[in-house]
Ligand binder design. Sequence first.
Ligand code: SAM
Length: 286
Amino acid sequence: MNHLEIRLQPGLYFVATPIGSARDITLRALDVLASADVLAAEDTRSLRRLLEIHGVPLGDRPLLSYHDHSGAKARAKLLDHLAAGKSVAYASEAGTPLIADPGYHLSRDAAEAGYLVTSAPGPSAIITALTLAGLPTDAFFFAGFLPNAKGARRTGLEAVREVPGTLVFYESPHRIGEMLKDAARVLGPDREAVICRELTKKFEEVRRGTLSALAEEVAGTRLKGEIVVLVDRAPAQEASEGDIEAALQDAMQTMSVRDAAESVAKAFGAHKRSVYQSALKLSGKR
Ligand code: SAM
């Protein structure tokens, strides 16, 4: 037996479940699932199957269906259990609840009502993909699913074009071809990108290349399964002399020449000494 029956404090427990390989569940997640007074799930069948795989008995505990679209009524039912001092464990169909999955409204309402809201953390496709992609992870932006419609998808891509970090998208196999074409067009054909497919499953695959190369590659194939697309940040633009001078003029309205030079050099990643020389020249002209 992998799980323990433990005494849980009353409250709401968000439980992460595997994104593929069933054994990726954590021992604590199993403990929480074995011990909560009430279980709730986005998809009750998936949770029932997971309990069976790991030998966690449901017993006579309620297993309720909840997703944010099931609305206020289903939420009120779970909040009633919390009000009665019960521990409630909630799981998504796969991965971490609330990550491109339901649970946000439930979390917010339970916290606002003053109940304990906590988690048994675990797998998520975002983190798994970042781990494998080989793109910088110092900063990343999770953009979720892009809209279906072409115009809205391009607008969504434009909104994240300048984000100074790796972009992470969830994508469906039916739209991946169109998405890559639009991404190459809006974000730039030469940006490095990675497709992570079927993570932790039998046919796990990682494809790397520029956006245009991946778009071309995928155009001739039918990718199946679950997909995360990652795109490297835009290459740093080399600042022109004009840009630096304009920023210096602006900064010197409120700062000393030295401070303005330091701040502008930092903002543009330029050499301090040469920016200081430009600042001195400009201050002489003023
Ligand atoms: N809550 C989940 C998480 O923490 O990753 C995400 C749920 S979202 C509805 C489902 C999407 O996540 C899929 O369409 C796919 O883009 C991504 N995904 C989930 N599992 C995956 C896997 N094993 N491999 C690649 N992508 C996956």
